[in-house]
Design a protein around this ligand. Sequence first.
Ligand SMILES: Cc1cc2nc3c(=O)[nH]c(=O)nc-3n(C[C@H](O)[C@H](O)[C@H](O)COP(=O)(O)OP(=O)(O)OC[C@H]3O[C@@H](n4cnc5c(N)ncnc54)[C@H](O)[C@@H]3O)c2cc1C
Length: 268
Amino acid sequence: MIPAPVRYARATSLEHAFQLLAEPDSKILAGGQSLIPVMKLRIARPSLVVDISQLELRGIDVRGDELHVGALTTWDELLDARELERPALAAIGECVRGIGDLQVRNRGTVGGSLAHADPASDMPAVLLALGATLQLRSPEGERDLRVAEFFAGPFTTALSAQELITHIVVPLPAPGSGSAYVSVEHPASGFALAGAAALVGRDGVSRVAVTGVAGQPSLLVSGDPHEALEAAEIFGDRFASAEYRRELASVLVRRAVERAAERTKGDA
Ligand SMILES: Cc1cc2nc3c(=O)[nH]c(=O)nc-3n(C[C@H](O)[C@H](O)[C@H](O)COP(=O)(O)OP(=O)(O)OC[C@H]3O[C@@H](n4cnc5c(N)ncnc54)[C@H](O)[C@@H]3O)c2cc1C
């Protein structure tokens, strides 16, 4: 459980990070909570880790009708953010409170979690339900990608070799909205066996997404959740069969929608 020999460099600017990431087997290091374990298992064997933790990509602020979250914002910083106290964004805090332990929440970043694209990770479902967009930067320039288009499969994203997530942008839901995240955790790992996020507005359900049940980190559930989950490709493993996960996801969707609807009453 010791990583293979690896070189380390700390990026002092985005441009510096791009220069360092030009090395073919280099890898970005943010909080290290996912990368270091896979390096210890030698699943990942980068020749160079590029530490981006000192870049100015941290912080949470509301700009106009959008919430901007820097990719290096830690789970703990999200929990402390007053901007997230509104019922329409309650799903974010609800999700973060269930992630890992104190150390993971202190070091782990939201950008690192999205880039790692673990199919059992919690936040992708929340950001999908909230209709978030990711801002990406590479030497070629900047581009925006909706969360729905970012995940390509388990541990696979649309990021290109030298590309970084810089910000997560959440459109502020209309007044009178509520959101919620509900999950059942795997008792050993604490990751979601299944999780569901919902955004409900004055006119009814806006979007629902689930995690932990499909090959990719999040799956949009449109229309009748039972029918949508029946039609979706759900995976099973030694911990829970596909049939069990489908049923569990369906129950969690119902609970998330109910809780989000309840919260609409608290959003002026
Ligand atoms: C014990 C434990 C329990 C956990 N429990 C949960 C849980 O319950 N739910 C859950 O969802 N997660 C859980 N996690 C995962 C945790 O949330 C992630 O490990 C963490 O958020 C990843 O962020 P990081 O900054 O540490 O990323 P790193 O480990 O530094 O990087 C992860 C990956 O993302 C890439 N990367 C990092 N930042 C960027 C960026 N800005 N742009 C592009 N690529 C980038 C890296 O190259 C690497 O491939 C757990 C982890 C541990 C160790």
